[in-house]
Design a protein around this ligand. Structure first.
Ligand SMILES: Nc1nc2c(ncn2[C@@H]2O[C@H](COP(=O)(O)OP(=O)(O)OP(=O)(O)O)[C@@H](O)[C@H]2O)c(=O)[nH]1
Ligand SMILES: [Mg+2]
Length: 346
């Protein structure tokens, strides 16, 4: 999963990036686009790995992309470069500043920043929709596609994000090849001073986040970034000092998985034990395609052992003898924790 950290200058994006990745990128003014990868901890993968002792164990990964804000005084918003960068991300994580930053003149106003970000994304999307509708006047397009774009235009005129339009109303097949920013899942991270780290999201922000079909999270990035550099044994005590029970990374991962409605299936063997994140509701055939496109193309069937059954009986074989093993076709909806073997022919 690719998550882009975006927001206005000095909101603490690089500090959040350091917190999440445990890296030590220089904070303060500008800098370049940076990537950092973290593993998604999963006890089930740990357990399967102890059993199979594979050559390789692969956890799900999140790649964080830290995108610097626009510092030029005349252009307070997001730069064109930043907009291009965020178009490349699967999830947008907006970092809004709720702490006084001595390098900036303005007092923190997280709600205003959230609204300003939403407006910039709306305008970028509206421009793209209008370009498409203009072109439609010259070349007669597919009627369904045209209707979809008209509906999108109306949604954006109404200042609503495209992500608020359900799949039953908007067929996203029409949108392949477009990168609509307001259609991306959005996480809003309110970055606070240390003494407010454990307070919940303020009501007006929580309300706005809900209106935008986004997910909200509070943290104090500068202290959590320090904690991320500590020995694991010391981390818990420092978190407790802040009134927190969980690291920013765990809360972040849980929020992102919830927002995307992600689950994991597993593949196991002597070579590799691996977690594969997919959206809940994904069918066996596209799930197989995550592993390799040949498995999707030549899909014959999926052999499924639920993780719980595997652990209860100790092996796939024993689970099969107990009738807990399933042979499923392409339309099987993969469940969280399924251990899959895909049979295929190309
Ligand atoms: N008090 C406090 N200071 C913070 C917090 N997060 C970041 N800072 C400070 O704010 C300043 C800017 O932080 P950065 O992480 O560099 O901000 P940024 O969003 O990456 O900035 P640009 O990349 O220039 O857009 C640094 O001096 C940080 O130490 C926080 O949670 N609390
Ligand atoms: Mg930065």
């Amino acid at each position: 999963m690719k998550i882009g950290l975006v927001g206005f200058a000095g909101s603490g994006k690089t500090t959040v990036f350091n917190t999440l990745t445990g890296l030590d990128a220089p904070v303060g003014y500008g800098g370049e686009v940076r990537l950092g990868t973290v593993r998604v901890p999963d006890e089930r993968i740990d357990a399967l790995s102890r059993i199979f002792k594979p050559k390789k164990t692969t956890y799900a990964e999140i790649v964080f992309c830290d995108i610097p804000g626009e510092h030029a005084a005349e252009n307070k918003g997001l730069s064109r470069k930043a907009l291009q960068q965020i178009a490349d991300q699967e999830v947008l994580c907006l970092v809004v500043r709720a702490f006084p930053n001595p390098a900036l003149d303005q007092a923190p106003d997280p709600l205003a920043d959230l609204n300003a970000f939403h407006t910039e994304c709306l305008l970028a999307d509206l421009e793209a929709v209008e370009r498409r509708l203009d072109r439609a006047k010259k070349v007669k397009p597919d009627a369904l596609e045209l209707a979809a774009f008209e509906m999108m235009g109306a949604t954006l005129e109404d200042e609503r994000p495209l992500r608020s339009v359900p799949a039953s109303v908007l067929d996203r097949e029409h949108l392949k090849g477009y990168t609509f920013l307001t259609d991306r899942p959005l996480m809003v991270v309110v970055n606070r001073s240390e003494d407010e780290a454990a307070l919940p999201l303020p009501d007006p922000i929580a309300k706005r986040v809900a209106e935008l079909d986004a997910a909200g999270l509070v943290l104090s990035a500068s202290v959590e970034a320090e904690i991320a550099q500590m020995e694991p044994a010391d981390q818990a005590a420092f978190l407790a000092d802040l009134g927190l029970t969980e690291s920013a990374l765990s809360r972040f991962i849980r929020t992102a998985y919830g927002l995307l409605d992600l689950i994991s299936f597993f593949t196991v063997g002597e070579d590799e034990v691996r977690a594969w994140p997919i959206r809940r509701g994904t069918k066996a055939r596209p799930a197989a395609g995550k592993i390799h496109s040949d498995l999707e193309r030549g899909f014959i069937r999926a052999e499924v052992t639920p993780y719980a059954a595997f652990m209860q009986y100790g092996s796939e074989h024993a689970a099969r003898d107990a009738g807990k093993h399933m042979v499923e076709g392409k339309d099987y909806v993969v469940a969280d924790g399924d251990i899959l073997h895909i049979r295929f022919a190309v």
